[in-house]
Design a binder for this molecule. Structure first.
Ligand code: PEP
Length: 246
């Protein structure tokens, strides 16, 4: 669950309190929340006795130093952060993160033992550029990820037009793109391509999650808006257990 820049201490506490018992038995999948930086510490203590793990939404490509406003991988490790979102489309489009920056952040995350969830975004389905854009974004991080086992990172395919819009890719569209990404990993020589987890993101809800997660190459969801609503997020996690947890 990517909370983005939403929530305050009280809401977060209530949300986590509702999620903890509801997903307590979901041991065959990874359930994770990514709160804003200021609440990582609160999240860490609230989730200490839970099977829910947590991640950050960003990290610096630098280590320590004169980088005002940035947060380093070492700081995230201190807070027992497991995951970190890298290359989310909002970071790319609003904060100018290029493929090079995304690759550098992926490297820093892997070096620190954090598991980067690397966002691949599709700008132009209509013009038929789908595979060109995704191939470019994937190729930019390939040299970084290919030296690591499939358990060290997660890929997320998030069509920009589906993020926060209520529009979702059809299960068939998602499957076709996920298969394309997996094939490209395999054809580039990454032997563990079949085990790479490829998440779908873009208006995932409890209602559409079962169909999306039943696609053979859809290995989970990256959830924005619905992760702020306990029942929705639990419903999505349940769909993941049913389709993927076997
Ligand atoms: C996201 O931000 O990664 C996302 C998919 O958002 P939403 O679920 O709200 O579309």
């Amino acid at each position: 669950g990517n909370w983005k820049m939403n929530g305050r201490q009280a809401n977060n506490e209530a949300l986590l309190s509702a999620l903890k018992p509801a997903v307590a038995g979901f041991d065959t999948i990874d359930v994770a929340v990514c709160p804003p930086f200021p609440y990582l510490s609160q999240t860490a203590s609230q989730l200490a006795d839970s099977n829910i793990t947590f991640g950050a939404q960003n990290l610096s490509a630098q280590q320590d130093g004169a980088y005002t406003g940035e947060v380093s991988s070492g700081m995230l490790v201190d807070l027992k952060v497991r995951w970190v979102l890298v290359g989310h489309s909002e970071r790319r489009s609003l904060y100018g993160e290029t493929d090079e920056i995304v690759a550098a952040k992926t490297q820093v995350a892997l070096d620190a033992g954090l598991i980067p969830c690397i966002g691949e975004t599709l700008e132009e389905r209509k013009t038929g550029d789908t595979e060109v854009v995704l191939a470019r974004q994937l190729d930019a991080v390939l040299p970084v990820i290919e030296r690591h086992p499939a358990s060290a990172f997660v890929l997320a395919y998030e069509p920009v037009w589906a993020i926060g819009t209520g529009l979702t890719a059809t299960p068939e569209q998602a499957q076709a793109v996920h298969a394309f990404l997996r094939d490209r990993l395999a054809s580039s020589g990454y032997a563990a391509a079949p085990s790479v987890r490829i998440l779908y993101g873009g208006s995932v809800k409890a209602a559409n999650a079962p169909e999306l997660f039943s696609q053979p190459d859809v290995d989970g969801g990256l959830v924005g808006g619905a992760s702020l609503v306990a029942n929705e997020f639990v419903g999505i996690a349940k769909a993941a257990v049913d389709s993927l947890g076997a």
